[in-house]
Design a protein around this ligand. Sequence first.
Ligand code: TXA
Ligand code: MG
Length: 332
Amino acid sequence: MPTETVYGLAGNALDPGALAAIFKAKERPTFDPLIVHIGETTLQGLLDAGIVDGARIPTGLRDALDRMASAFWPGPLTLVLPKTPRVPDLATSGLPTVAVRSPRHPVAQALLREAGVPLAAPSANRFGRISPTTAQAVREELGGRIPWILDGGPCEVGLESTIVGMSADGSGELELLRAGGVPIEKIEAVLGYRLKRRTSVAVAGTAAVAPGMLESHYAPAKRLEILPAAVRDLPESFRIAAAEVVGLLAFSGDEGELSKKFSALREGPVRVRVRVLSRTGDLDAAAQALFAAMRELDASDAEVIYAEPCPSSEGLGFAIADRLRRAAAPRG
Ligand code: TXA
Ligand code: MG
């Protein structure tokens, strides 16, 4: 199903058979829990949906949750909260919490209404790979393994949802578990305080942390390297790999000029396949274009992909930088 962030592989969140089919189609390890999508857009609606256990939400957090739901639902914010027994363990990888969000894509909302059940939906890619932002990308990832692809057009946001949950350290504080489609500063403005940020990174095989935190994730098959600076600011001494064809993911500028400047960084001849995320350097536009551009360069004849560093850590810049870093992380 389409959502405003990325396409999701949806199934009845209350049906263990459907959940097992999701894990199988994605080749996803069962220690990586799923996000459950609902049509309700308020804290009360969420509690009425019967998948979150209101009694186990600390009273001190209710107001904050209420405000986040009102401000960002429907939309790209996921909340991790205590689950009810109705939610199968497979959906949460045995964790006592469930990740929930109300998507704002009209087709997702219509599907949720028609289905009449919450829909578990991880991103519709094979495990560890780039999330799909078009129906065609879903076909490339999962074609032949799933019966239907609901085409809702290109995703508007282009990055997965921001995930916020109660800190696992028992402090009762809210913590940012994954940067994403809602900028953290917007959440903090609604809360009136800073979210805790996880600094350590999860190790594969441990369920107690958000596997969205896995270091190598959202990754193209090819090697991706982040440049030390934007192409126009690279020192003359900088040298690119000895390859015949390289890919370049740029944040702004003109394709022809970027290609010329970049190929001059190699003594021998080199062809450069360029994707410019936004001609004007707009970060929202860059976020929307990012995964499709990575996918195209991955499918091209480029032997290695270079990416300019994200020019800003404000707004969606923080989440874009996070995805680039993971795409560039050594594969394990
Ligand atoms: O935008 C999105 O969030 C998309 C669309 C389809 O909604 N979905 C998505 O799902 O990105 P997925 O499965 O690729 O990522 C879900 C992340 C996982 O990395 C998982 O760790 C985290 O949500 N998560 C799920 N349940 C959790 C829990 N109980 N505690 C901590 N993290 C959890
Ligand atoms: Mg995913």
